[in-house]
Design a protein around this ligand. Structure first.
Ligand code: M6P
Ligand code: ZN
Length: 191
């Protein structure tokens, strides 16, 4: 067990910026072209409009040891790809028995979850929402508003990110914009 000195981080609720991030991850459309249902439209945007920033994560680096509690902020920019709202890649925890807590800081989002047994859930999040991702639920966040959607996440250090399962199968539900409103639809390409 590594002994770490206590510390505090200032979080900007509007941008998600941390006062001293241990890491910053930028995810662009080119990092997740295959994840959007309309791949042709994703490819068209890349070719004709160029790459676009979809979301950014700023986090605190901690050892992956039992008892450590990593935390980070995520900012998803507003927009859509062929009507599908900007979203994170989404993941299961490599250790499925580990959960997570999300806290909304600004904007409007949906927390999309599913289990490997076929259950699905969509929870709306705004500033002040504390959402629980129970063990065994894959989780993806989606911006359904016109502003940045920003939230803060807290999990257990050994949870790990399993992206492969989602890259292979996708999510059972898609979040689409219809007349400016977010609607949940079945993903015809799931699995
Ligand atoms: C949340 C947490 C992070 C995650 C981030 C982006 O802040 O769950 O662990 O990295 O969202 O999501 P993803 O890793 O699925 O792209
Ligand atoms: Zn997670």
């Amino acid at each position: 067990m590594t002994l770490i000195q206590p510390f505090v981080t200032e979080v900007d609720f509007l941008s998600g910026a941390l006062s001293s991030p241990g890491y910053v991850i930028e995810r662009k459309l080119s990092d997740m072209t295959e994840m959007y249902a309309d791949r042709d439209e994703a490819t068209r945007i890349l070719t004709e409009e160029g790459d676009r920033l979809i979301y950014e994560v700023q986090g605190i680096e901690l050892p992956a040891e039992e008892g450590q509690i990593p935390h980070c902020s995520t900012r998803i920019l507003p927009g859509d790809i062929g009507g599908e709202c900007h979203m994170t890649k989404g993941h299961y925890h490599a250790r499925r028995e580990q959960g997570e807590v999300y806290f909304g800081l600004s904007g409007r989002g949906l927390l999309l979850m599913q289990t490997e047994d076929g259950d699905t859930s969509e929870l709306e999040m705004v500033a002040g929402s504390a959402a629980y991702v129970p063990p065994y639920w894959a989780h993806r966040t989606v911006n359904i508003g016109a502003e940045d959607f920003v939230f803060f996440s807290v999990w257990e250090a050994r949870a790990g990110h399993d992206y492969g399962t989602i890259e292979r199968d996708g999510f059972r539900k898609l979040i689409m914009l219809r007349d400016g409103e977010a609607v949940v639809v079945d993903n015809p390409k799931y699995g």
